[in-house]
Design a protein around this ligand. Structure first.
Ligand code: SF4
Length: 224
């Protein structure tokens, strides 16, 4: 049943015309991974290679993501990898708010409900802002927080870190800490929605302990 519904979503993406991004679609990229994955990674949207292959993170940033997953002791076959929007934005521009709203409310949020992962790792600011609106990735990357029973771990997008030595160092450090976060995921107080895990001290962290966690608006809380 769950498998069928995820297959229906994957099929619907290929013919979807609900937002303007369908005009640049060669192949829609619904996402892939085990239907009962405990960890879900959510990126931004398909790029050139993903649009041609219909699979998430298959270009250079995908190779980097594979390296990062290996650092965390994970393989992509163990996790579900998806995107905020399922069709490639033209010239790799940012997805627009209306496009994000349409695609996530129609597809991504249903995928999350069906897969029901314990942990969602957001890759980049667009997926992070689905769960933590208004937050800045440079301030909260690598800081997990429990939102409505699910652990959300914001990370930088691999594409943004690939050629930026400083960001590459930060995302690498965050992925190396991921096993510890996952090991502790079940022990986090479920009623504390704010920064429930205090990361190990990082000598060159950009994190500010005083950074106020943003509140989730009511409509976001209803997504889960
Ligand atoms: S991006 Fe999403 S909502 Fe827009 S056409 Fe593609 S599948 Fe449909």
């Amino acid at each position: 049943m769950q498998f069928n519904q995820l297959e229906e979503i994957a099929a619907a993406v290929q013919t979807c015309t609900l937002c303007p991004l369908h005009t640049g679609r060669v192949k829609g990229v619904p996402g892939e991974g085990p239907t009962d994955a405990e960890i879900m990674f959510i990126g931004e949207g398909p790029g050139y290679h993903e649009n041609r292959q219909g699979r998430p993170f298959v270009g250079p940033s995908g190779q980097f993501l594979d390296e990062l997953l290996a650092m965390a002791g994970l393989h992509r076959r163990e996790v579900f990898i998806g995107n905020v929007v399922k069709c490639r934005p033209p010239d790799n521009r940012d997805p627009l708010p209306d496009e994000i709203e349409m695609c996530t409310s129609t597809y991504l949020m249903r995928q999350i409900e069906l897969i029901n992962p314990k942990v969602i790792v957001t890759l980049g600011r667009f997926s992070m802002n689905l769960f933590i609106p208004g937050a800045k990735i440079t301030q909260i990357h690598g800081q997990p927080r429990r939102i409505n029973g699910r652990l959300i771990v914001p990370m930088m997008h691999p594409a943004a870190a690939l050629h930026q030595p400083r960001n590459r160092e930060l995302i690498t450090e965050d992925f190396r800490r991921l096993p510890d976060i996952l090991a502790r995921a079940d022990t986090i107080d479920p009623i504390d929605p704010i920064d429930p895990i205090d990361p190990a001290p990082r000598s060159n962290s950009t994190r500010s302990a005083a950074t106020p966690p943003p509140e989730l608006p009511p409509e976001q809380m209803r997504m889960f």
